[in-house]
Each structure stands twice: as structure tokens, then as C-alpha cells.
Design a protein around this ligand. Sequence first.
Ligand code: SF4
Length: 478
Amino acid sequence: MILYRGSLKSCDQSCIYCPFSKQKSSVRELERDRAQWLRFVESLPERTKALDVHALMVVPYGEALLHPWYWEGLARLSGMEWMEAVGAQTNLSFSVEGALGTYLGAGGQVGKLRLWATFHPEMVSVEAFAGKCAQIQEAGAALCVGAVGVPEGLGAIRRLKEALPEGIYLWINKMDGLKRSYTMEEKEAFLDIDPYFGRELACPPSDASRCRGRLFVEGDGKVRACNLSLPYGVGQYTWQEPPPMPKCKRRVCSCYLAYGGRDDPMNTILFGRYPLFRIPRRLRAVFFDIDGTLIPRGGSSIPAHTAAGLAGLAREGVYLFFATTLPYGEAMERCRGYRHLFAGGVFAGGAHIRLEKKDGVREKFYCFDGGIRHHLEGAARTLVYRSGEGVYKMTLLRPRRRPWEEREAAGIWEAVPASCRGSLRYFLEGSCMQIVSAEADKATGASILCQWLGIPLSEAAAAGDSKEDEGLLRFFGA
Ligand code: SF4
């Protein structure tokens, strides 16, 4: 996805906190902005072969959608087969009929149009703003709506939430100039409006390795990874090939345009393939791997930003499940503090499935004959996990400094009689060789949980980063 910001700096509204408020552009400045945008639109189709671009959002300093050339350019790009979504940030001050007329007249595909509409309560009435949102939605475009979390604006934002058509997400951005922390009451009030407001208050530490697949292109030709990072040096990177490691000196990814475009699983879980448009997926169940996904490798707990995403999902009534190779007890210990947000999950690599609801617990174990242990004696220390009399997982544990190699594990596996091997499988995790039933895997476990809850697979998703997650991710079409 590419974000584009031209040289335009003018706006028709006059919000007190905005440096572009009521700023006017001269004819010459507008002409320059138009020429830059058209050059960008013309050059994108050629570059996309190398860059693999499929979405574009215009993120202007002022209000771009008052100018027909932006609509014409978006329309032209939306007509490209490889382009899946085009859009812009806007204050919605344009005439919906006129603007969509220009867009459609220029061949624009309304199903690919995504708008990020910011509500300024002091500039427009709730009714007028919500009415425009309804018009846009009825025309077939998608949009999100939001406002800055100004405590004094709470009343108007609440009214907007009520007035918006069903299904439109209303986000809240933290107020940078607040000069104090939000009170508990204010935080709760904004969380009631936007369950993901907590992510704004716990922005993640910067990590440029998560920003290689994104570009922020400016009208004058400067290219960065995101709006907060340093530009690549002129001539060093001409965005004709995949971007190099971003130059980022930020300590924190402190706004949505920064953190929302990072390659973080929570972004795609919440907002799909192009999270920067901020249009939610509205899932009913989500499965999370623990190590490397919820808890970063080498870390000991779930980071605050991830936890805020989990809390938002739980607040919306989404079923959260673990999908882990850890046994239940260890998983609960690793995620203590957050387990109350989860309704069980798939444990021990799929050998143990557990659904926890207010009215009780439902479980299924895939057990196997623990007698195979005798064939493995001497190979390593053996841990056996049982449910009643049945064994559902066996771990051959070596010292940490001696991780298993596939060749060694295959040799040991040969010692198990062929009649048993067919009904079992093994996988390696560092110094652990895990043995479970051949029927057990994370995808099967997730499908059983969805079935128990009557949730169609199209309304569930998963996040994971290990080899054991590949089947699970494929299963949910990730
Ligand atoms: S500030 Fe921007 S480039 Fe730097 S790590 Fe955050 S999102 Fe990436």
C-alpha cells in the first residue's frame, strides 16, 4: 500500500488546532499540486510491477477532495486491474453527488473506493455529516469515520455514533495537545465509542523491520516508509524497486498512519489486508498463536499495544482463542493477566481443544497409545501430557543449547513401530520434539471450535508465525 501526500496545504474548514485551517492556496500552488498528483498517477502503473502495489490512500495536509483532479486520478487508478482499493482522508466537505459524479464519469469503480472521514464537531452538524456518510455508503463505497478525542467534544461524538448508519466504524484519535492524561472516565467514555481507542494510548515502540512493505510518497518526489520516518536520500531510492530497510529514528510509532501500516498481525486481524483505511473486518472469532505472535520472541509478556487490540476485540464480543503448541497450563501462565479475555483455544498443537463459556467448559482431546514411550527411551528426557488415562502429547526434551535437527528426529522416529507412526505426527520446536495424534493440528482444532459456536469460517481469522501455523493461516485464507 502507498500513501500519497501532495504539496496541497489548503482547507475550507477552520479547526482551531489545525495549521492548515482556512488556509488558501494560490492558483499557482494548486496548479503545482495538480501537476505533481497527475505525474504520480501516471507513474504508478509502471512501478507497480516491481513494487507489487495494490492500494493507495491520499493523506493530504489540507482537503484534497475539493479538487476534481484527485477524484479523476483515483478513478483512473481504481480502473487498473491490479488496484484493489483507492481512497483518501477527507473532512467530507465536498458535494457527494458532484464528487461521485466526477469519479464515476472518469471510470472510477465505486466498490474500490475507501474514504477516511474526519468529523470536526465545531465545523459541521452531526446530522449533515452522518447524512453524507449514509449517501456514500448507499452509493457502494466503504468508509470509516472518526474524530479527535477532545473531552469537550464527547457529547457531539456520542450523537454522531447514534446517527451513523449501521456498520460504520467510528474511531477516536488521541488528542496530542491535551497536555494531561485522560481521566479514567474520559478513557472509558471514548472506549465506549471506539473499542480500539486503547491502541492510541499505548502506541508501540518503533520497529523499522515491520515497515519494509510500505511507502509514503510526497508530491515533490520524497519517499519514506511512513509519515514519521526519515526520507530515503534523493537518488538513493527511486521507488522503482522494493524498498530497503526504512530510516527511522522514532522511538514510538505515535499515530495511526504510522502504527496502522506496520506489518503487525493485529492490524490485519482488525482491519484486513489494507489496515490503513481503518475499515474493520467485524470478525466473530480470532485464533492467536502465543510465542512470536502475542508475545514477541524473547519477550515475557503481551505488549501493551497488542493487549489493547485484544481488549478491543473482547469488548466487541469477538471470541478470542489461543492456538498454540503449548499445553493449556503453560499457555495460561504465559498469558496471565489476559486469559480472562479468551474463551479457551487449541492447545498442544491441536491435541487439546477447549471452549470456556459462562455455562461451562467443553473439551476434546486427541489421545494416542502412550506405550510408544518405550521405543523412545534414552533419546531424551520425556514429558507426557495426559487427560485422565489417555496421553495427548509427548515431548522429547533436550537441553536448550542442543536444539533438535530434522535428521536426528527422523532417525529417532524410525524406532517407533510403523503401525503406530501412521496415527501419529511429530514436529520440532527448538529443543522439544513434540509428538501428537496425526489427527491433531491447529486448523482442525479451530474448525471444531467454530463449529461448536456455529461461526462460519468466513467470520473467523487467525494470526501466527511458525511452521505449525501455516495450515491454520491457509485454512482462514490469510
Ligand atoms: S515510525 Fe513509521 S517507519 Fe518508524 S517504525 Fe514506526 S511505523 Fe515504521
